[in-house]
Design a protein around this ligand. Structure first.
Ligand SMILES: NC(=O)c1ccc[n+]([C@@H]2O[C@H](COP(=O)([O-])OP(=O)(O)OC[C@H]3O[C@@H](n4cnc5c(N)ncnc54)[C@H](OP(=O)(O)O)[C@@H]3O)[C@@H](O)[C@H]2O)c1
Length: 224
């Protein structure tokens, strides 16, 4: 899917993961706006990212404005705030692609798999958003740590799960724009595996004193 002409709106884009993805997407030439609960905070975060980029590419606005202006809406807030944030901008999501990056990490045991009701959190969120929103899950396993360092090859594939092929194609294209490989990984329900894997990776980081362990899918045909 071509991302040309699309606006990518990152809700919670002031945070570690959202700002890192926004930075990479803007560096790739995409139109990116970051959202916050406070427009002023988003403006400060956008200015810092633009300084890093060396050009005024990213705009900072409040989450509702970001959702209204975006064609692809990306959610990067803590799990505890995910449903409230998404439902708070629901009126702006109809007919759009909604890319959920959040992971159901429940304090204090981030390194333990705790899927709510044993199902993927994003599937439950999608039910609340309704059939008019094309929900896709991706980037759950990509640590924020190296995203703002373009010289660093992020050593992690991106599992893309969603019930809409168009939404999955968009997420795969966004992974590529960020310098990563996006992999079609089936239905939205399969995001349970990616969400659970994040806790596994956190446990691995702890065990090996690593900053950003990742995953690779093997056995695929060579990419053309
Ligand atoms: N960090 C990683 O390495 C990583 C990797 C993969 C996936 N993820 C997932 O991505 C999501 C974001 O992670 P993160 O590390 O970027 O989180 P974060 O920095 O703690 O928070 C991101 C942003 O969420 C907003 N936020 C915080 N509390 C909120 C609340 N109660 N209500 C509404 N908005 C709130 C804040 O923006 P404002 O204050 O500007 O509104 C904050 O800047 C999480 O679900 C995480 O599991 C993270």
């Amino acid at each position: 899917m071509s991302l040309t002409g699309k606006t990518i709106a990152v809700l919670g884009g002031t945070g570690a993961e959202g700002s890192g993805l926004a930075f990479r997407w803007a560096h790739a030439g995409l139109t990116v706006i970051i959202g916050s609960r406070e427009a002023a905070k988003a403006q400060v975060a956008a200015a810092a990212l633009n300084a890093l980029l060396g050009r005024a590419a990213i705009e900072g606005v409040d989450n509702a404005t970001a959702a209204a202006r975006g064609d692809i809406i990306v959610l990067t807030v803590p799990y505890a705030a995910a449903t409230t944030t998404a439902l708070g901008v629901k009126e702006h999501l109809g007919g759009k692609i909604f890319l959920d990056v959040t992971v159901p990490l429940i304090p204090p045991k981030f390194d333990r798999v705790q899927l709510p009701d044993g199902r993927s959190a994003v599937e439950q969120l999608a039910e609340k958003l309704g059939p008019d929103v094309s929900v896709v899950a991706a980037f759950q396993n990509v640590g924020a740590h190296h995203l703002k360092d373009l010289a660093h090859t992020v050593d992690c594939d991106v599992l893309v799960c969603g019930d809409s092929r168009e939404a999955r194609e968009a997420a795969v294209a966004l992974a590529e724009a960020a310098g990563l490989v996006g992999i079609h990984a089936g239905a939205l329900a399969n995001a349970a595996a990616a969400e659970a894997m994040t806790s596994v990776l956190i446990a691995i980081n702890k065990a090996y004193k690593a900053k950003a362990s990742g995953i690779r899918i093997t056995g695929l045909p060579p990419r053309t």
